[in-house]
Design a protein around this ligand. Structure first.
Ligand code: SF4
Length: 347
């Protein structure tokens, strides 16, 4: 799916990305034909249930997939296709151009190294001739922007709270001022106050540095607060993509609608959940992958994969409710009754 915003050229342009993992049971089609783009200073939230492929996309963008995975399509960063870029060159882009903020900061920070040493290592890898003074200046400046005082520069990771460690991780990802950053569940396991702080920091960063940010999360509240656009994924495919406010106030895809209904907020009066579970991506359902769980499923949804269409407000949706009318065969729009859904589909 394509960006809806105008302005500058996309810093990242992903076309028809597919990722497979080899398993004993056959290839797991974790990402299946996903396209989107991202402009400088823009934040795109990537949401969906666990296993929908969102973290795989983040890793594929930075060339960090495991050996068992294969990826095709196009991943253009400033026009350069990263999928055909050599390993060495890709490594040299990671850090100064492409950044990543992981979850679980404690496992990413070396407990035997001071924070200052982490910064020295990061900066020297990409700028071997940088002076000690310059390292200190840049590191402390970045840490200060994250709310970490200079007095803590020589502390060890265990001397910080979880929230501070995550802010240090963000500082490490940003000290080289990358043009594009993937943040994979950056606030998981943090309390709501620290979470709000980190979201505020990410918003400042893109404003100050024009960084394009892909925010991977299952938390729709964070997306509503921090993202310009949102892409909703289901079983390796994009269900809907568009302006975050528009998608959240007028969801067009039934999965987006159900996902929003399942989100707990202060106004929640009753619990809602989406019946069933996401499908096995070794053998996904035919037609629309969401049809075994979709309250609006029609007969045609079982057999024909919906085409992606652009809505009048510029977002995109892949659902037969919004499909081209001429493609709908006779009787195809009849509701799909539960008895017509096979056991395999419901798995
Ligand atoms: Fe539901 Fe059919 Fe739309 Fe899929 S294509 S989301 S099954 S209505």
């Amino acid at each position: 799916m394509t960006a809806t915003g105008g302005g500058a050229e996309p810093v990242l342009d992903v076309r028809d990305m597919r990722v497979w993992y080899g398993t004993d049971r056959g290839p797991v089609r974790a990402v299946d034909g996903v396209s989107f783009d991202l402009r400088p200073g823009e934040t795109l939230g990537l949401v969906g249930e666990s296993g929908c492929g969102k973290s795989t996309i983040g890793r594929a963008l930075l060339g960090l997939l495991p050996e068992s995975a294969a990826c095709d399509g196009e991943i253009r960063f400033r026009g350069q296709d990263l999928l055909t870029t050599g390993r060495r060159e890709l490594e040299s882009l990671r850090g100064p151009e492409l950044g990543m903020i992981f979850q679980e900061p404690l496992t990413r920070l070396n407990p035997l190294m001071r924070i200052s040493e982490h910064f020295e290592e990061t900066l020297r890898t990409h700028a071997p001739r940088i002076s000690r003074d310059e390292i200190r200046k840049r590191s402390i400046d970045t840490l200060r922007r994250m709310g970490i005082p200079p007095t803590r520069y020589r502390s060890y990771p265990h001397e910080f709270s979880g929230g501070m460690r995550q802010r240090i991780m963000i500082a490490l990802a940003l000290v080289l001022r990358p043009a594009f950053v993937v943040a994979d569940e950056p606030t998981t396991a943090l309390d709501v106050l620290v979470e709000a702080q980190i979201i505020g920091i990410l918003a400042d960063l893109r404003r100050n540095f024009d960084t394009a940010l892909l925010l991977i999360t299952h938390n729709l509240g964070i997306v509503a607060e921090a993202c310009d656009r949102v892409a909703v994924m289901y079983a390796g495919k994009l269900a809907e993509e568009g302006d975050a406010r528009e998608v959240f106030t007028t969801p067009r895809h039934p999965y987006t609608r159900e996902l929003l209904r399942s989100t707990i907020s202060l106004r929640t009066t009753g619990l809602h959940y989406i019946p069933g579970a996401p499908p096995d991506c070794v053998d996904p359902p035919t037609g629309c992958r969401f049809h075994p769980r979709c309250p609006d499923a029609m007969r045609m949804c079982r057999d024909q994969e919906p085409e992606e269409v652009r809505t009048p407000v510029g977002s995109r949706v892949a659902c037969w409710l919004h499909g081209p009318a001429e493609k709908v065969p006779d009787g195809g729009t009849q509701p799909l009754v539960r008895e017509e859904i096979s056991v395999a589909d419901e798995a």
